[in-house]
Design a protein around this ligand. Structure first.
Ligand SMILES: Cc1ncc(COP(=O)(O)O)c(C=O)c1O
Length: 424
């Protein structure tokens, strides 16, 4: 039976008259999958409830922050307690020191951290810092990696060649887009040729060490090691954008799992446990170039907000407890095994608690260029059926799904039953 969506429909109709596309962030508009976006009234554990009272089993989880599920009691309690003591001080406070301790424990390669509000802001800060420290103008990025809506990084490449950027967005001056050099993932030769061509001008190279914004394009360890070696050789600051990756697979970064150490790390999502917190962590000699110590300016009224940091502290404290990541890995492994049993040969890329459905018999790709749009279209065509059956996946086949500690093996089974009902 089709769920009633009367209230969501009415709210979306109103929203469209008041907000561009009716949304606060574009992918929430359901443009790719069609239908009306659900207006969510409440969330707890692995579930969402929409305004019409429909319950949804959530595998989007606010796009990553809610690794403990929604409204985890310890996180909510910490937030309420912090809020009672004041919502914003605009001063220094003890939660900054506590969260800095946790972040630096998790990223022992770094000595200092600056808290900001969004992943976009963290990346913008890291790139400005790299430019300020090196005195160079250019940034190297990889096709398909998303680093927030920083002007100069809204850039991707044509296939297979080293290109200097053309923006994906209107409103980015050509000169700014041209400060970004773009190369495909999974291609050491293209990467090395970009360094050979632009090396002396490259302030930063930025990558999601596990690219998770355009499918899940897992790279070889050797590829990451080459990137590290090229950055070292050319004096380029290596930035690992761990806004999705950080704290997702263990109490630290994906870089450390791969044995590759960046110079700067950007964090977001999990580090704020569902409230707006992001961060740039890095080596002392780099971070100490930020104001007030150094000449690279960055500031924020809401940066390090005490209530938001309380959510981050509570979330990381839970994550650090023994067994958390083992639980997440075992749910992921169950999903992968069940998928291969039920899907009749369709692909899945799964790393820990991240997964990307690849609804084709071919192997899931490792570069953005190799993603066949017709395969992703199959996801979009099926999405409405899954949603009607109470499964909430990210509303785009280019996005990854998320598991949380609030999911159980029964929830994973339910996802598989809904996606592959005929498997029985
Ligand atoms: C890897 C990565 N970097 C940066 C960002 C931007 O973060 P925010 O949306 O908090 O600005 C995102 C957001 O999804 C991301 O996945």
């Amino acid at each position: 039976m089709k769920p009633s969506l009367k209230t969501s429909e009415a709210l979306f109709e109103k929203a469209r008259g008041r907000m561009p596309g009716g949304v606060s962030s574009p992918v929430r508009a359901f443009g790719k999958v069609g239908g009306v976006p659900r207006y969510i009234a409440k969330a707890a554990g692995p579930f969402l409830w929409d305004e019409d009272g429909n319950q949804l089993l959530d595998f989007c989880l606010a796009w990553g922050p809610n690794i403990l599920g929604h409204a985890h009691p310890a996180v909510v309690e910490a937030v309420v307690e912090a809020a009672r003591n004041g919502l914003a001080f605009g001063t220094t406070h003890r939660n900054e020191v506590a969260l800095a301790d946790l972040v630096l424990e998790a990223f022992p390669e770094h000595q200092l951290v600056r808290f900001v509000v969004s992943g976009t802001e963290a990346v913008a800060t890291a790139i400005r810092l790299a430019r300020g420290v090196t005195g160079r103008p250019l940034t190297l990025k990889f096709t398909g990696c998303y680093h927030g809506h920083v002007d100069s990084l809204l850039v991707k490449a044509g296939s297979g060649v080293v290109t200097q950027g053309l923006s994906d967005s209107k409103g980015v001056p050509e000169g700014l887009a041209a400060t970004t050099v773009v190369v495909p993932l999974d291609d050491e030769a293209a990467m090395i040729s970009a360094f050979d061509q632009y090396g002396p001008k490259l302030a930063a190279a930025i990558v999601e060490p596990l690219p998770a914004n355009n499918g899940l394009l897992q790279q070889r360890k050797a590829w990451l090691e080459t990137l590290r070696a090229q950055c070292t050789k050319h004096g380029t600051v290596l930035v690992f954008d761990e806004v999705i990756n950080g704290f997702r697979f263990h109490f630290g970064g994906y870089g450390r799992l791969m044995g590759v150490t960046p110079d700067l790390t950007t964090l977001g999502k999990i580090v704020g446990g569902g409230l707006p917190v992001a961060a740039v962590a890095g080596k002392r000699e780099l971070l100490s170039q930020l104001a007030p110590l150094g000449g690279v300016y960055q500031a924020g009224t809401m940066a390090g907000n005490p209530v938001a940091l309380a959510a981050g502290i509570a979330t990381l404290t839970e994550l650090r407890k023994p067994g958390t990541y083992e639980t997440l890995e075992s749910l992921g492994a169950q999903l992968e095994a069940g998928w291969h049993r039920r899907s009749k040969g369709l692909g899945l890329r799964r790393v820990g608690s991240l997964f990307w459905p690849w609804l084709d018999a071919s192997a899931p790709p490792t570069t953005a260029e190799a993603i066949a749009p017709e395969v992703v279209a199959r996801f979009h065509q099926s999405y409405g059926r899954w949603l009607d059956a109470g499964i909430y996946l990210p509303p785009s086949g280019y996005e990854v799904g998320f598991l949380s500690t609030a999911h159980t093996p029964a929830h994973v089974d339910r996802l598989l039953e809904v996606m592959f009902p005929e498997a029985g």
